[in-house]
Design a protein around this ligand. Sequence first.
Ligand code: TYR
Length: 452
Amino acid sequence: MSAPRGQFSSNIGFLMAAAGSAVGLGNIWGFPTKAAQNGGAAFVVVYLLLAFLLAYPALMAELTIGRHARSNMVQALRGISTGPISRLFGNLTGFGGIIVASLILSFYSIVAGWMVAYLAEPFARLLGAGEIANWLTSGSIGRNLLFAAIFSGMTMAIIASGVEKGIERWSTLLMPALIILLLLLIVYVLTQPGAITGLETYLIPDFSHFSWSLVISAMGQAFFSLSLGVGTMLIYGSYLSQQESLPRLGALVTLIDVGIAFTAGLLILPAMYVAQEAGTQIFAASGELIAGPDLILQVLPALFNTMGTAGLFVAIAFFALMTIASVTSSISMLEVPVAFSIENLKLGRKTATLLVGLIIFAISSLIIFNFDSLFVLVISISTEYGQPLLGVALCIFAGWIWRRDEVLKELKKGHENIGSTLFWKIWPWYVRLVCPVLILAAFAQSVGLFSG
Ligand code: TYR
């Protein structure tokens, strides 16, 4: 007999896990830098609107399907299919989700590995191991492989321990730590010279930047940040008890995700201008603020170096923050293929974790060895194409294929009067029409269908 299905022990446990999945490198790194490049608060406003008007309804589609089906995405979509065509569509979407989640994890582990290496570096310095410290920040293939392996190992260890003892326990422990570290760092950075210019760049809206590409960039950011499309939120919803109100929990997850992204902006932008004040170049040759790996791996470390001994501790706090944000997200990606392997291939959790984890690590290694050709390509395929398209497919499932009375029945669990709320008056139309049309329009625009 197979083991009973895992479940979160409380709604706080679910909240921490789902918010932990949502809050990741996308919030602390992606969001603030995109905001800085796209007109500061103008981007923030567009992002907030999209997060609540587009991403929240899509998140609700995933959570509702997941809790109803109590299974992974493939199984869940097969279950609500009504005929051979929707079943085929369900299989494509379900397996698509597994593949895209695995691809996201394959590049995420590399980046998160950098965070772990940079977290180890100040310790090496404190211990006087200068050569090791230099190697840790060298960017060599060996360093990348070793730290992607360490990070994958951490992710696998947590997932192997299961839903309650692994995902829930670690998310509940790490999310408060993340918030405390973030706030401490903000307080410290805001007292440094130059910080106020960063705050101005972030918070004073410059609507001259407003454009289609800003909207698309904000939408992609919202989808990535809320972990949508690939079945992460679906599988977390499937571990949720039926006594909870899904619209409320979904709204809380969205609020926490958006709140932490916004708060991270109060750290990253001021820190960049503090670095400039201390003599570091923060603009690329194009005149834009440096945003990619160079920001985290060069600009900020250069800043920490100017801070003397205090800088070592600031560096430790910062890279601990990044590592924590990464690991609570990576476990939610790994759970997608692992849950499928447990439920459909009938593997034990430990075997499934080891097998899937090793396959994904093999993909990470492939990317590391062919970094220049594969890294950006894999990010683009999985997050710019995969996530939005799968997000549309899931909205189509919730809005068109799944029977409306069944959807209502599921939502009523834990929220008896949902039928008379504003949510129920608006949301079904949203997932039916507004979400697919808007996502597809933005997507078409981003791949250039409307241009020239
Ligand atoms: N939301 C995470 C972040 O902001 C990334 C993520 C993407 C997590 C997809 C899970 C997932 O399935 O960094």
